[in-house]
Design a protein around this ligand. Structure first.
Ligand SMILES: Nc1ncnc2c1ncn2[C@@H]1O[C@H](COP(=O)(O)OP(=O)(O)OP(=O)(O)O)[C@@H](O)[C@H]1O
Ligand SMILES: [Mg+2]
Length: 507
């Protein structure tokens, strides 16, 4: 008899449907898998056979053909085991075909019949929703992230026997409830008030957080660059539900353990300086998202920027401009979302003291040039705010605490909520930094005085056209922080000031 079940296989950060057809007929006892399957899928045959036997089903040996369709879609990993086992049981008439109809099934099987977790549970639930499935059957550890979508009933399974009992109605399971979501989940982040002085840098951190802009800190050792960066997660605006779903889908693909629900906090990734290009932007034979995608809707922090490999930094140019990464894989091009704010920190020279009034820098000029040359002009051009973080004075160190993380976070959240109203919930433009040319025209109009200010800056600072657009977006954020509908001259002047380091940084 022929039986069918619908399963899912990962494809980028999404999942694609796979029709599992099992045909059982009399003949030479054997099991054959046809359809483009990788090694893990082919090994499924053995796992499924053992799992079925260990769940107490005694199936007569027959000739079994397992067909995985579409044939041209490469199936990867262990996602298909459970659907293959259930379709086989239906083909042996142990469960009715109707029990499988309209259900999306994914899970790996252990030899003892246990259902083990798979990667990308949330994407599978999303596929179930798009297919109009009446139910999605997943391993119990994946059920919480999948249920968080609240779009389709999700059943969490621990074993094959449990799945059968559920499907034949002998012991039906209830859908898993959606875990709570707040979007405010930052844990114990150190407080901004601990950083003394550095008012310009703190202000820039606030502007970058509010609009999702890229920021570079430049300064001598020990001035507080890393300290400031580590306090950014507490200031970032809360995640919206749509943003969290997008972020969780990506993280669920690489996590060792499936997430316990939606991510509650914007990602803050700080990869090591030795990170390879594949590690940074994603890749591999079964492509996985890299740091740039793991930082999607959050922050990618590159401390000691010139220490990163040049090719790794250059590879960030595409996501910084387009908000996505494309990875080529076996005749197909996969897109991973990668819309992050870049936060970078560096010293002005190898010894770190160039321009520091209290130390004299001994770096020979060619060495300084080479050090700075590791960070290319095009990369710097994509950084909206360039901020000098000078050495702190003793007086500043002894000064009383400044504004707390909570106070700054409140202003940032208010400015981000203005942006959500402007662009609409669930939009692909979640913040000012992500505005396209049409939105730039609509939302960043400046009066003639402002235009004159911009023109002067363009000439004086030798800005690129891209830099000019970015100045406008930053000015939009500064106006939002001030609660102003119009972009005024003061907002533009502040945005321009964050570009004034350009020449010295580029050298
Ligand atoms: N502005 C500051 N206020 C209070 N403490 C500070 C400040 N700047 C630095 N410190 C102290 O110095 C330590 C080192 O600072 P931090 O690591 O942020 O320096 P950095 O600018 O990143 O230096 P490097 O260029 O060497 O990486 C901090 O952990 C903190 O104890
Ligand atoms: Mg540092």
């Amino acid at each position: 008899m022929l039986a069918r079940a619908t399963a899912a296989t990962p494809w980028g950060i999404e999942a694609r449907p796979v029709q599992v057809e099992v045909d059982v007929h009399n003949g030479l006892p054997q099991v054959q898998i046809v359809g483009l399957a990788d090694v893990a899928v082919r090994e499924s045959r053995e796992r499924v056979r053992a799992a079925i036997k260990n769940c107490g089903f005694d199936l007569e040996p027959k000739s079994i053909i397992i067909n995985l369709a579409p044939a041209d879609l490469r199936k990867e990993g262990n996602h298909l085991d459970l659907a293959i086992a259930l379709a086989m049981l239906a083909a042996y008439e142990q469960i009715p075909q109707e029990a499988l109809d309209g259900r999306l099934i994914s899970g790996e099987l252990g030899l003892d019949g246990a259902v083990r977790s798979v990667r990308g549970g949330l994407a599978i639930a999303d596929l179930g929703y798009r297919l109009g499935s009446r139910e999605v059957l997943l391993p119990a550890p994946n059920a919480a992230e999948a249920a968080a979508l609240e779009a389709v009933p999700v059943i969490g399974l621990r074993g094959l026997a449990e799945a059968v009992q559920h499907l034949i109605g002998a012991d039906p399971l209830l859908p898993v409830p959606a875990p709570p979501f707040s979007g405010h989940g930052f844990g114990s982040v150190p407080d901004l008030a601990e950083v003394r002085g550095q008012e310009t840098a703190k202000r820039a951190l606030e502007v970058a957080a509010a609009g999702g802009h890229n920021l570079l800190f430049l300064g001598p050792p020990g001035s507080g660059k890393t300290m400031l960066a580590r306090r950014l997660p507490g200031v970032l605006p809360p995640l919206t539900l749509a943003e969290s779903i997008a972020v969780t889908k990506i993280h669920s693909l690489v996590a060792e353990e499936p997430p316990a629900g939606l991510l509650q906090q914007r990602p803050f990734r700080s990869p090591h300086t030795g990170t390879s290009t594949a590690g940074m932007i994603g890749g591999g034979s079964n492509p996985r998202p890299g740091e740039a995608s793991l930082a999607h809707n959050g922050v990618l922090f590159l401390d000691e920027l010139p220490e990163f490999r040049r090719d790794t930094l250059e590879a960030l140019r595409q996501p910084l401009e387009e908000g996505t990464v494309s990875v080529v894989r076996a005749r197909a091009r996969l897109q991973f979302p990668a819309r992050f704010s870049l936060l970078a920190a560096m010293n002005p020279c190898p010894c770190g003291h160039l321009g520091d009034p209290r130390y004299s820098c001994r770096c020979p000029p060619p060495l300084v040039e080479r050090y700075r040359g590791r960070v290319s002009g095009p990369l710097l051009d994509r950084i909206d705010l360039h901020v000098e973080v000078p050495a702190v004075s003793l007086k500043e160190l002894r000064s009383s605490a400044g504004e707390s993380t909570e106070t700054v976070a409140r202003r940032v959240a208010a400015a981000r909520s203005l942006q959500l109203d402007r662009f609409g919930l669930g939009t692909p433009t979640p913040n000012n930094a992500a505005m396209g040319p049409e939105q730039l025209r609509r939302f960043c109009a400046v009066d003639p005085a402002g235009r004159a200010l911009l023109d002067r800056a363009f000439e004086r600072l030798g800005l690129s056209a891209r830099a000019l657009d970015r100045v406008l977006k930053v000015a939009r954020t500064i106006a939002d922080l001030a609660g102003s509908d119009a972009i005024r001259a003061a907002h533009l002047a502040e945005a321009i000031q964050y570009r004034s380091l350009d020449r010295r940084v580029v050298g």
